[in-house]
Design a protein around this ligand. Structure first.
Ligand SMILES: Nc1ncnc2c1ncn2[C@@H]1O[C@H](COP(=O)(O)OP(=O)(O)OP(=O)(O)O)[C@@H](O)[C@H]1O
Length: 319
């Protein structure tokens, strides 16, 4: 696979804060790379360093050239903070950004791709937060980029709109577009990313395919126990047990030991309301590597979000 992006030893500090502590990675043509990590991990700084929008030590090559000299029209960038002129309509905004390039995609097709065909005449300031974010995604697509870099593309978008963006990105990846995206949604990288980079304190802790990360860091299948009330303490039942979101999680337990777990909980005065047998996932990888659960902005998604998606609602329903 040809490398579209190669970064070596990227480092960036702000005063005493180490935002990037020497990150190296490469992204192959048509690959989708997801970057995850807690707030302040360095994701945005890495995206900015990769796209030449902040100064950083180290080297970045895009399409075999320096990021400073590369033809910028081959790149689509959605920054985390992006405030386009608010009085322009969705269509006018896409047209405006299309006007910056010689070769562009069809404006109506871009609006349709991001699920805004019924809101093309609405001023940006009158769109819902999720619709606004979809317009912003559209501005990053309009130049038909070979490399698309998206900093939290689906933050603030409701589940239906998020799935629509996922389908859009899957379609682009299928036709060879290389994509780098940051997200707080583990379901997003599990679904979209060929490889996931996990950042913490400016360091790239791991970089691999989601399933490879889950196999290496996700731990064993576990038993999740819902209780009638909040567990006040973690009971000592002879199995490694943790508390999470008001539930008990029993680790490294085999199916034949479930009865023993229930008996010992009952002996401890705890009555399970329900038991769930759960495979490890990216949230477990995240917890294992960063020491924190997926938190702000990354609440676990409903499992149905991973299923085949329905068309996005015309009004977005995201206010
Ligand atoms: N312009 C800046 N001036 C000062 N400090 C900055 C600046 N940009 C980033 N930082 C700091 O660098 C560190 C990494 O920030 P960055 O925005 O890259 O993290 P992030 O992983 O994108 O976080 P989030 O998930 O909250 O968006 C943080 O400690 C942040 O406060």
């Amino acid at each position: 696979m040809t490398d579209v992006l190669v970064a070596r030893d990227l480092a960036r500090t702000y005063g005493d804060t180490v935002a990037l502590a020497g990150v190296s990675l490469s992204v192959g043509e048509g690959e989708v790379l997801g970057l995850v990590g807690p707030n302040g991990a360095g994701k945005t700084t890495l995206v900015r360093a990769l796209t030449g929008t902040t100064d950083a030590e180290g080297a970045v090559e895009l399409f075999g050239e320096s990021s400073r000299t590369v033809n910028r029209s081959r790149i689509g960038l959605l920054p985390q903070s992006f405030d386009p002129p608010a009085r322009l309509t969705a269509r006018e905004l896409i047209e405006y950004y299309a006007g910056l390039y010689d070769h562009t995609r069809d404006v109506a097709a871009v609006l349709s791709d991001v699920g805004l065909e019924d809101a093309t005449g609405t001023a940006y300031e009158d769109l819902s937060g999720g619709q606004q974010r979809r317009v912003c995604v559209g501005t990053a697509l309009v130049n038909d980029p070979d490399l698309l870099v998206l900093d939290e593309p689906t933050t603030g978008i409701d589940p239906a709109g998020r799935r629509a963006v996922w389908r859009l990105l899957e379609g682009l990846a299928d036709t060879g577009t290389t994509i780098v995206l940051t997200t707080h949604y583990m379901a997003e990288v599990e679904r979209l990313a060929d490889r996931v980079g996990l950042l913490s304190d400016g360091e790239l802790l791991a970089l691999d395919a989601p399933q490879a990360l889950i196999d290496e860091y996700g731990g064993q299948t576990r038993l999740v126990i819902d209780l009638d009330g909040e567990p006040q303490t973690t009971p000592s039942i002879g199995f490694e047990t943790t508390r999470s979101d008001g539930r008990l999680v029993v680790h490294d337990v085999s199916p034949t030991e479930i009865g023993a777990v229930v008996d010992r909980l009952t002996d401890s005065g705890i009555t399970p309301a329900s038991l769930t047998w759960r495979e490890p996932d990216m949230e477990d990888v995240y917890l294992e590597l960063t020491g924190t659960a997926v938190g702000h902005g990354g609440d676990p998604l409903d499992p149905t979000e991973l299923e085949a998606a329905s068309p996005v609602a015309a009004d977005g329903g995201e206010r």
